[in-house]
Design a protein around this ligand. Structure first.
Ligand SMILES: [Ca+2]
Length: 199
């Protein structure tokens, strides 16, 4: 039968192992926000403004607008601060857009990496005219077909390409990077006093 010290030690060890296990297994997210215009602007100027208009999630108050098929615009983003040794699991671009009319309004979500635009299949806001949250996820870098690297994320830009010629407002964009920290370095237990308590 274990004495009190042995039981306390066993419980503390179990708790520490659980904390470490949870930390190693958990995917983390960093959000990259829009800082301004990116490398490619073709159209999207019908109402003026630059990419800072889509750094705020405020509906029609500040938006970019395009009624023209194939207009494309990408925006610069903040850099992530992901620990070295991490595995980057995916990059998700979220856009909030609305059609000006209750008809099919198609567009693509794009990332720009290695000086090349890579765009999704067509998205469609049909049939509503209210703002909708629409996303596209890239599990790997489409330029390399391998996992994203932090250096590639530092240079990443994202944006939208209009597909058909229906007017669309674009108020907001954010890019979420999902990653898992490396196992070698290992995060410290969240609460060291619990581990040291039984010594
Ligand atoms: Ca806005």
């Amino acid at each position: 039968m274990m004495n009190r010290k042995q039981i306390t030690g066993a419980l503390a060890g179990l708790l520490a192992a659980t904390l470490i296990g949870v930390q190693l297994a958990s995917a983390l997210t960093q959000s990259l926000t829009v800082t301004g215009d990116g490398a490619v602007i073709s159209g999207w100027g019908a109402e003026g403004g630059d990419c800072t208009r889509i750094s705020s999630d405020d509906g029609d108050t500040t938006r970019l607008y395009s009624p023209t098929a194939t207009d494309i615009r990408v925006c610069a983003l903040t850099n992530p601060s992901i620990p070295s040794g991490s595995t980057i699991n995916s990059v998700t671009v979220t856009a909030k857009v609305r059609s000006l009319d209750p008809v099919s309004n198609t567009f693509k979500i794009c990332v720009r990496t290695a000086s090349t635009n890579y765009c999704s299949a067509n998205k469609d806001t049909n049939p509503t005219t209210t703002y909708q949250t629409i996303t596209e996820t890239w599990a790997t870098n489409p330029n390399t077909s391998a996992a994203w690297t932090t250096a590639q994320l530092d240079d990443l830009e994202a944006g939208l390409e209009k597909a058909n010629g229906v007017g669309m407002g674009w108020s907001y964009m954010i890019v979420d990077v999902d990653y898992t920290e490396g196992g070698g370095g290992g995060a410290a237990p969240a609460d060291p006093p619990l581990v040291m308590w039984y010594f």
